[in-house]
Design a protein around this ligand. Structure first.
Ligand code: ATP
Length: 374
């Protein structure tokens, strides 16, 4: 079954001031969020941050304390789940053990009184690549296959929006990675809105075109995976989406579109557009750079580093060979335990613990955070 993406907005999900409290505890602070029709959207955050509660309010499984939920043009805030054009896939597949795969998928159609289900079920099983397994029982399938049945069963009634609550949580890592690609393919093929809840940043980044990073009941930042990774606005987002090296610095001057900062005895350059902190002279900024953006040069060769790169000095504290790259931990006066992942191309044999080094990178890969935000 292949459906083209449409330009209609019936699968838009719009949350306006939606919030949830349990007694005096606020699980979700009132939030505004629009998920456009046809997007693969991820709610990402650590356990307890409110992502499942948010999803359940969209599904109708949880009554919001405040705000409204719109699906397309229809307000559904107080509609029961079965009256909403959404369906949910949970971590537990919840398949009927006594029914075969075909009948599990056909269930939703039969319940609506539809008699001729064969073609629709076969198309759906083909979509999730389980055409051959139609007559097997759930226990005869692998975890990944069972989860695909759950997806097929959720899609058979043509919801406008599919909600996925940690659907891959029970799978081992290899299967999880396969299923991430598989879910992405299915979403592209059916073209409906998918909202996926996960605590796994790699999973969110692999699948979603937009990610909302949640922290303590609030959306801390919203953006494309690349945007969030390369240009985080808060230390929480910077650290949640990978390793970031953060250097305490102070705004010195501005130079065109760049800010020049003092860090230790040296200077660092940061494009102003990549700084979420106030940039008045003397302001404190946490200057961040991802480990794989940094090059490492032995101090004896520092003269060979091109002009215009940000640089700091340090000493190798530790190094571990991890296949395609070597991971170094550097002690630097401006950032203890600075992490660097250097590709193993022309690896310098002198880069061993104790060696004096210069870390350098293109200023374009630098981001700036508000040192006072937390
Ligand atoms: P997880 O990944 O562990 O499911 P989550 O980010 O999805 O976490 P939620 O399940 O949305 O988090 O829960 C948010 C907060 O609300 C948690 O602190 C949780 O303990 C609390 N909470 C959820 N449901 C209830 C409830 N019925 N009564 C009281 N507190 C609740």
């Amino acid at each position: 079954m292949t459906r083209m993406k449409t330009t209609d907005s019936s699968g838009d999900v719009r949350l306006s001031g939606i919030g949830k409290t349990y007694g005096s505890f606020t699980a979700v602070h009132p939030l505004d969020l629009t998920v456009p029709q046809g997007s693969f959207f991820a709610l990402l955050g650590a356990s307890g941050c409110g992502k499942t509660t948010t999803l359940r309010m969209i599904a109708g499984l949880e009554e919001p304390t405040s705000g409204t939920v719109f699906l397309g043009d229809q307000e559904v805030t107080h509609l029961p789940p079965y009256k909403r054009p959404v369906n949910t896939v949970f971590q537990s597949y919840a398949l009927f053990p006594h029914l075969d795969i075909f009948e599990n998928v056909a269930f939703g159609l039969r319940r609506r009184g539809i008699k001729s289900v064969k073609k629709q079920v076969e198309d759906m099983l083909e979509l999730v690549q389980l055409g051959e397994q139609a007559r097997k029982k759930p226990h005869q399938l692998s975890g990944g296959q069972q989860q695909r049945v759950a997806v097929a069963r959720a899609l058979i009634n043509h919801p406008k929006v599919l909600l996925l609550d940690e659907p891959l949580g029970a799978l081992d890592l290899k299967l999880r990675r396969q299923m991430q690609l598989e879910l992405k393919r299915i979403q592209t093929e059916v073209g409906i809105t998918f909202i996926h809840v996960t605590h796994d940043q790699e999973e969110a980044m692999t699948m979603a075109d937009t990610v909302a990073v949640m922290n303590a009941g609030r959306v801390e930042q919203l953006g494309s995976p690349t945007d969030l990774y390369e240009n985080p606005n808060t230390t929480f987002v910077a650290n949640f989406l990978g390793t970031s090296n953060l250097i305490e610095a102070e705004v010195d001057t501005k130079s065109g579109d760049d800010i020049v900062l003092k860090a230790g005895g040296g200077k660092l350059v940061l494009p102003e557009s990549r700084c979420s902190a106030p940039t008045t002279t003397g302001g404190k900024v946490l200057v961040g750079v991802r480990p794989e953006k940094i090059s490492l040069t032995h101090a004896d060769d520092a003269g060979e580093i091109s002009e215009g790169r940000n640089r700091i000095t340090g000493k190798i504290a530790d190094s571990s060979f991890i296949g395609v790259s070597t991971q170094y931990v550097i002690d630097s006066p401006v950032c203890p335990e600075f992490e660097v992942y250097a590709q193993n191309i022309d690896r310098d044999a002198r880069l061993v613990p104790g060696a004096e080094v210069v870390l350098h990178w293109n200023p374009a890969h630098t981001f700036g955070l508000d040192a006072a935000q937390d």
